[in-house]
Ligand binder design. Structure first.
Ligand SMILES: N[C@@H](CCC(=O)N[C@@H](CS)C(=O)NCC(=O)O)C(=O)O
Length: 206
């Protein structure tokens, strides 16, 4: 059976877990205790020398990195459409996978790391970065339902987790109405799997 190594409060791990659930794949979800350093053991470092979750193991195939896992699962197991095969369609999805690994990681993800895990980032700076990318995504979603196509793709899955839980990092995302509607569309998909909430940051008013 496929194994997915996660931490329940990791948005990177949640992306992979959410997609597994959306495509109805059977998987063994293995929670690592990051506080105890279970992601830095020799056995785990052999799977991912970066010592990070998520990691997917499918027989002899090991895939580290959340967006790489989404690509693998889309190609290996998902119904067509989650990762378009035509050149422009695939690039359109990659454009947003890059945002998930870039602006989202350094914005809303980093802001949440400050409040949930006590990371030593400049809160004001990372919150400002979060607003800047949320504004762009809100504008992008004006008049469209999904971020990269006229149907859901792995780009929507990759962006979801840290945007949904951005308030935990004191990022008021509620002013971005297109984003709010898009989050609700993802949450309404069959097989949706929620990202565990923590009590920190702004109250979840959505
Ligand atoms: N680019 C990686 C980032 C993964 C990542 O940052 N994972 C965090 C949890 S959210 C982690 O395992 N951090 C522990 C560490 O770096 O020591 C991905 O997309 O999967």
């Amino acid at each position: 059976m496929i194994k997915l190594y996660v931490h329940p409060l990791s948005g990177h791990a949640h992306r992979a877990r959410l997609f597994i659930s959306l495509i109805g794949l059977d998987a063994d979800i293995i929670e690592l205790d990051l506080a105890k350093g279970e992601h830095k053991t020799p056995a785990f470092l052999a799977l991912n020398p970066f010592g990070q979750v998520p990691v997917l193991e499918d027989g002899g195939t090991v895939i580290a990195d959340s967006t790489a896992i989404l690509v693998y699962l889309a190609k290996a197991y998902a119904p067509k459409g989650w990762l378009p095969e035509d050149a422009a369609g695939a690039a359109g999805v990659q454009r947003w996978l890059s945002v998930a690994s870039g602006e989202i990681a350094y914005g809303p993800c980093a802001a949440r790391l400050v409040t949930v895990f006590g990371a030593k980032f400049d809160a004001e700076e990372v919150i400002a970065r979060a607003h800047s990318i949320l504004q762009r995504i809100d504008a992008e979603l004006a008049g469209r339902q999904w971020i990269a196509a006229d149907h859901p793709t792995i780009a929507d899955v990759a962006l979801y987790s840290y945007i949904a839980r951005a308030p935990e990092g004191n990022v008021d995302r509620f002013r971005y109405h297109n984003v709010t509607a898009w989050l609700a569309r993802i949450e309404a998909l069959a097989g949706f799997h929620p990202f565990q909430k923590t009590p920190v940051g702004l109250a979840d008013v959505a």
